[in-house]
Structures are given as structure tokens and as C-alpha cells.
Ligand binder design. Structure first.
Ligand SMILES: NC(=O)c1ccc[n+]([C@@H]2O[C@H](COP(=O)([O-])OP(=O)(O)OC[C@H]3O[C@@H](n4cnc5c(N)ncnc54)[C@H](O)[C@@H]3O)[C@@H](O)[C@H]2O)c1
Length: 255
């Protein structure tokens, strides 16, 4: 894709299922990647997996819920790579529960990771992008944020919030050449989905049901997601902002 070589891309949740595929995609495009995650062991695994891209890859242990830590991480990335051209807010977390069975403590954790985390990143990175003459932000939301999802009420609220936040930020920053778009994965085969479906026969039934419901007749794989993200980060998408794209095998066809 055009314009990704040598661009500096900050990816959160980089050690997770979709995050690892995002890191791989941008490294292959020749970008410099600041891979951020809470999971130190996962970051170490990224280092080993992508050893051939050593000079392009920077690992940053980061809890996205901590605004001060986000500021410090962005400074660290600027010291190594000079600036941030692309921000991919990908970190996320949930446990499936009926809303009435959840607690305020649980809501706080879900909101702090899925909503406050991306806000922290954008609050720190947007002024940097404005100072640099522009940039691209891609927020990884979810189809749960577009059409709802049983067992994911508070997570859906955060993901829906991210969609409307992104449209607003896109309007506010367009004059500064910062484009903000959203990619919504559908059910994608990662640790997050496995924690949702659970193991054993029950989990298998959910997987089978999803496969039947998805028009393209399979679950998403982590490597299905980066194409849309890389496109939105590329020069080919310079005239696109405030948009939402589902990558879900056609499960949702939202207007
Ligand atoms: N897998 C799916 O079915 C699916 C569907 C729709 C949307 N999504 C979204 O895609 C994104 C990636 O999810 P995934 O499926 O790869 O999940 P995953 O669990 O494999 O990866 C999530 C990553 O986020 C990191 N993380 C969690 N809390 C963090 C924090 N406070 N600070 C920094 N990092 C933190 C985890 O350590 C993990 O590496 C998430 O935003 C998720 O909501 C996933």
C-alpha cells in the first residue's frame, strides 16, 4: 500500500491475536512499529517472532488506562522514532456476562480499558500529529458497538462510544490533516473470543452457530483484520475520515 514505508505506527494491544497480525502487516509494509502492550511476556514473544525486523520494531510495556504512562510512552517512542504518523488503538478486554450479573467494579474495568484507554492515547497523540502536520488514527471498535452483542453490554457501550467519539474527533481534527477512522472486527478467532465462548461443547456450539450465521461461512482470523487498517493508514485513504468499516465476513451489513 502507498505511503506506509518508514511511517511510525503505534499499535496498542500489540501482543494479542489481532495486534500481532497488525504488527506483522506494518513491518512487512516497511513501517516502523512501536508495539505497546501490558503483557511483557507477549512483547518478548513479538521480539522473537519478528527478529528479522529488529531495526523497525520497538517494544513498549504500557497500561493504556494510565494517562501519565501513555504520555511517557509517547515521549519514549518520539526519542527512538522521532514522531508518530499512525495510531492504531487495538487493545481491548471483556468477559461475557449478562448485564444484570455484572457489577460496577466490572464496568469500571471494561470502561477503563475499552473507552478510557483509547481516549488517553488520542489525547496525547493528537497534539503531536497536529504539530507534525497530520496523521492517521484507526480505532479498533467491534460490530458489538454497531449492532449490540448478548453478554457484552458494557463492552458494546464502550465500542459504540468509540465510534461516535471517532466521528467527532474526525470533524475536530480534519483541518489539521488528522484522519480518524474505525475498523470493526466481527467474531475473530483470538484469546478474547475464546474467553467469550469458553471451551468444550458449549464453546464449540457457539463457534458452529457463528460459522452458520456468517455469510462467508467462517470465523475471522487475526490476519483478516490488518488489510483494512493498513489501507486506512495509507496514502490511498487520504480523503477518508470519520468512517466505520466492518471486517466480519458479512455478518453485519450496516448502513
Ligand atoms: N476477537 C474478536 O472476536 C473481536 C471482535 C471484535 C472486536 N475485537 C477487538 O479487537 C481488538 C483486539 O482484540 P483481540 O481479539 O486481538 O484480543 P486479545 O485478547 O488477543 O488481545 C488484546 C490485547 O490487549 C492487551 N491489553 C489489555 N488490556 C490492556 C491495557 N490496559 N493496556 C495495554 N494493553 C492491554 C492484552 O494484553 C492483549 O495483548 C480489541 O479492541 C477487541 O475489542 C475483537
Amino acid at each position: 500500500m502507498r505511503g506506509l514505508k518508514d511511517k511510525v505506527v503505534l499499535i496498542t494491544g500489540a501482543a494479542g491475536g489481532i495486534g500481532t497480525s497488525l504488527v506483522q502487516c506494518f513491518l512487512e509494509e516497511g513501517s516502523k512499529v512501536a508495539a505497546c502492550d501490558l503483557n511483557e511476556q507477549g512483547l518478548q514473544q513479538l521480539k522473537e517472532k519478528f527478529a528479522q525486523y529488529d531495526a523497525q520494531l520497538m517494544l513498549v510495556k504500557l497500561d493504556i488506562t494510565d494517562h501519565a504512562a501513555v504520555s511517557a510512552a509517547v515521549q519514549q517512542i518520539k526519542t527512538q522514532f522521532n514522531q508518530i504518523d499512525v495510531l492504531v488503538n487495538n487493545a481491548g478486554w471483556d468477559i461475557a456476562k449478562q448485564f444484570v450479573d455484572t457489577t460496577p467494579e466490572f464496568w469500571e474495568k471494561v470502561v477503563s480499558i475499552n473507552l478510557m484507554g483509547p481516549l488517553n492515547l488520542q489525547h496525547v497523540v493528537v497534539p503531536e500529529m497536529v504539530a507534525n502536520g497530520g496523521g492517521k488514527i484507526i480505532n479498533i471498535s467491534s460490530d458489538a458497538g454497531r449492532v449490540g452483542s448478548s453478554g457484552e453490554s458494557v463492552y458494546s457501550a464502550c465500542k459504540g462510544g468509540i465510534i461516535s467519539f471517532s466521528k467527532t474527533l474526525a470533524r475536530e481534527t480534519a483541518r489539521n490533516n488528522v484522519r480518524v477512522n474505525v475498523v470493526c472486527p466481527g467474531p475473530t478467532d483470538t484469546a478474547l473470543l475464546q474467553s467469550f465462548t469458553g471451551d468444550g461443547e458449549f464453546g464449540q456450539k457457539i463457534y458452529d452457530g457463528l460459522k452458520r450465521a456468517i455469510p462467508l461461512k467462517r470465523l475471522g482470523q487475526p490476519e483478516d483484520i490488518p488489510g483494512a487498517v493498513a489501507f486506512l493508514a495509507s496514502d490511498d485513504a487520504n480523503f477518508i475520515t470519520g468512517q466505520v468499516i466492518s471486517v466480519s465476513g458479512g455478518l453485519t451489513m450496516h448502513g
